[in-house]
Design a protein around this ligand. Sequence first.
Ligand SMILES: NC(=O)C1=CN([C@@H]2O[C@H](COP(=O)(O)OP(=O)(O)OC[C@H]3O[C@@H](n4cnc5c(N)ncnc54)[C@H](OP(=O)(O)O)[C@@H]3O)[C@@H](O)[C@H]2O)C=CC1
Ligand SMILES: Nc1nc(=O)c2c([nH]1)NC[C@@H]1CN(c3ccc(C(=O)N[C@@H](CCC(=O)O)C(=O)O)cc3)C=[N+]21
Ligand SMILES: [Mg+2]
Length: 278
Amino acid sequence: MARILNGRAAAAAVRREVSAEVMKLKSRGVSVRLDVILVGEDPASVTYVRNKQNDCAEVGIESQLHSFPEDVPQKELEVLVERLNEDDAVSGFFIQLPLPRGLDAQPLISRIDPDKDVDGLSPLSAGRLAVGLPSLLPCTPHGVIQLLKRNGIELEGREAVVLGRSNLVGKPLAQLLLRENATVTVCHSRTQNLAEVASRADILVAAIGQREMIGGDHVKEGAVVIDVGIHRTQDGITGDVRFGEVEPKASAISPVPGGVGPMTRAMLLYNALEAARR
Ligand SMILES: NC(=O)C1=CN([C@@H]2O[C@H](COP(=O)(O)OP(=O)(O)OC[C@H]3O[C@@H](n4cnc5c(N)ncnc54)[C@H](OP(=O)(O)O)[C@@H]3O)[C@@H](O)[C@H]2O)C=CC1
Ligand SMILES: Nc1nc(=O)c2c([nH]1)NC[C@@H]1CN(c3ccc(C(=O)N[C@@H](CCC(=O)O)C(=O)O)cc3)C=[N+]21
Ligand SMILES: [Mg+2]
């Protein structure tokens, strides 16, 4: 029987903390504003963006949406990024991903001022993280660390195995776990004997984008299991982990939904606050 790591509760605590700090800034005449760039009408992206804007309103962060048709020229988005970089009223901003086909996210993300990069995805932000300089942290990896810490889970000296090496999740999460003094192994699609490597983990994080691929064979008795995966199915959303099979072996496990997803959203608000302080 595993303890359930409740991301909704931890996210609510983060939002309360952010809200209190936003009020303090406001009383000193500093407002916090998070702008969002949304291109096209992908239903999942539209929903995410609406949720993020509602989150902002709840904690007193202003938010402005910049939305574009899917055939917007790349150049127009480049110009907008430059304008938001320069605009002192904007604390931070992000580009909702993925962008529609024909648009290239990387050159846009690379242009974002690292002090406004609330997604923490620009090469400058990633570089700052890698060398240990202060930076805005990518929301999902930071959310994972906060979910662990707020549940009293010790990281120092423990074996952490990260499944996935994307720039959005796996790679920055490995950096954050290193910073917490965990011993970190990163696996990917070319890893041999995935189940064997994963079974060494005291802390196992699944971020592979493969629906319910991780089962009991991948998990050591007593491990802490974090499921980052999000897969939409006919009966709601599910993760990268076969919850029913893994939960009995784990000492603690994050559910999907209600685990990492709400933490990701909360850490975006935290970053907007951090950006406003910069
Ligand atoms: N809860 C949340 O807030 C968020 C959830 N997500 C979800 O997390 C998951 C991962 O997202 P993201 O990192 O963007 O995904 P990507 O598809 O960008 O990366 C997936 C990673 O997993 C590896 N991988 C894929 N298949 C296997 C396999 N069979 N065995 C081992 N490794 C494998 C890939 O390896 P290789 O590099 O070799 O291709 C890659 O490194 C998705 O389900 C996504 O929806 C994402 C962001 C936020
Ligand atoms: N620039 C950018 N930054 C991102 O951080 C980013 C992005 N683009 N594109 C998409 C992915 C995915 N992502 C999630 C955010 C919240 C939930 C979330 O709130 N999940 C809820 C359920 C939500 C639902 O039911 O749909 C949960 O897991 O409980 C999930 C996934 C952020 N991403
Ligand atoms: Mg994120």
